[in-house]
Design a protein around this ligand. Structure first.
Ligand code: PLP
Length: 395
């Protein structure tokens, strides 16, 4: 028999991918310029020019056998040193090269971290709304996935968190800036979170890890994103350059373990073991070398900010409700009827392709991915207004 769980995962595409495929079909039918595809978090701006330049220099200036050869499974030593130095310089001394594990993006970082930590019966907790793939990664690592509702401003509800943590809780996962809400957890939130986790560690007599999923760290519009290791020792940071350098197809990221984490060396060994068990050998060698040079840069995110501002302003004027995102490139909007899937279906009439919030753990909302050309938003706004008018909104 074929593994039915895996068969199911393969056959049922994520709702985001379903809508993305529908967008492609509609574009072929009526022309891409008439379809407002807000489904996928694919960066719409190019990598900075230094990426192209560095790639060229690496290809022309490095022995090709070395350039394309295997690196150490955990990543090239000089690359890991450059990344650890960068983290220590920018955020304070929290890690070192022997606690950095290079990965094929944040998705791999998360799945490997869950595999390294979770034993039979362990729970991984996170906050709604969240990236739908977390559940797949946690459950395939053998953990129980627990979703905690957030406060009405989509920040952490600390009473709900305290109530949800049990002796089986192995890790609490945060994502800031958040997909799909764009919310950032500030200094006060991280202080309170660290204090709750420390209390629970003392109560249960074992570590409760904090896993920070940070592919959107650099995509912020003014508000600082505090570094979680500065607040809590038992922390792993899962990072990628998919969004900050607009390189999602190149699959490059890392896991950083805090050097003050309990048994940090053993935890790192478990990360190497989990990567090995999943069949990862090393992250793409060329892009490891690239991020050692360009890793602190960010694509020009001015377009995302412009899109955020015009969307928030335009949608509010049309009668929609949303929390203004401080980061990432998503807007989480209240659907204009209780059944957000029905709302998304109705939006399709206007060629507006939105993602229902149910898969993010927040029914009643829809996600608008605004990593698109500004003209798309401009052209889509009358469609948003006509949709709102069906519910009595402003035209
Ligand atoms: N985590 C979140 C919150 C995401 O939104 C994504 C991708 O969209 C990922 C992880 C996976 O990122 P990567 O492409 O680096 O694997």
């Amino acid at each position: 028999m074929i593994n039915p769980t895996m068969e199911g995962l393969g056959k049922k595409r994520s709702v985001i991918r379903e809508i993305f495929e529908y967008a492609k079909k509609r574009s072929a039918e009526i022309g891409a310029e008439n379809v407002f595809d807000f489904s996928l978090g694919n960066p719409s701006i190019p990598a900075p020019p230094s990426v192209e330049k560095t790639l060229k220099e690496l290809v022309e200036g490095t022995d090709p056998v070395l350039l394309h050869g295997y690196t150490s499974a955990q990543g090239d030593a000089s690359v890991r040193r450059a990344i650890a130095d960068s983290i220590c310089r920018r955020f304070g001394a929290h890690t070192n090269a022997d606690l950095i594990y290079m990965t094929c993006g944040a998705a791999a970082s998360l799945r490997i971290s869950f595999g390294a930590l979770a034993c039979e019966g362990d729970e991984i907790l996170t906050f709604a709304p969240c990236f739908p793939e977390y559940k797949v990664f946690a459950e395939s690592a053998g953990a129980k996935f627990v979703l905690i509702p957030s406060a009405s401003d989509l920040q952490i509800d600390f009473d709900a968190l305290e109530g949800a943590i049990t002796p089986q809780t192995k890790a609490v996962l945060i994502n800031s800036p958040n997909n799909p809400s764009g919310v950032i957890y500030g200094d006060e939130a991280l202080r309170r979170l660290a204090s709750v986790l420390r209390k629970k560690e003392a109560q249960y007599g074992h570590s409760v890890y904090l896993i920070a999923d940070e592919p959107y760290r650099e995509l912020t519009y003014g508000k600082a994103v505090p570094y979680p290791m500065a607040y809590y020792d038992d922390t792993l940071v899962c990072y990628s350059w998919s969004k900050s350098l607009s390189l999602p197809g190149e699959r490059i990221g890392y896991i950083a373990v805090c050097e003050r984490a309990a048994d940090a060396g053993d935890l790192y060994a478990a990360i190497c073991g989990a990567g090995r068990a999943l069949g990862y050998v090393c992250a793409p060698a060329l892009f490891q070398r690239l991020v050692a040079v360009c890793g602190e840069e960010t694509s020009d995110i001015g377009v995302y900010r412009k899109n955020r501002d015009s969307l928030v302003q335009g949608l509010r004027a049309a009668g929609y409700t949303c929390v203004e995102p401080d980061g990432a490139f998503y807007l989480f909007v209240k659907a204009l009827e209780a059944d957000e899937t029905a709302f998304c279906e109705r939006a399709k009439k206007y060629e507006l392709l939105l993602v229902p919030g149910g898969d993010f753990g927040c029914p009643g909302y829809v996600r608008v991915a605004y990593c698109v050309a500004p003209e798309v938003i401009e052209k889509a706004m009358p469609a948003f207004r006509r949709l709102a008018q069906e519910y009595g909104g402003n035209l």
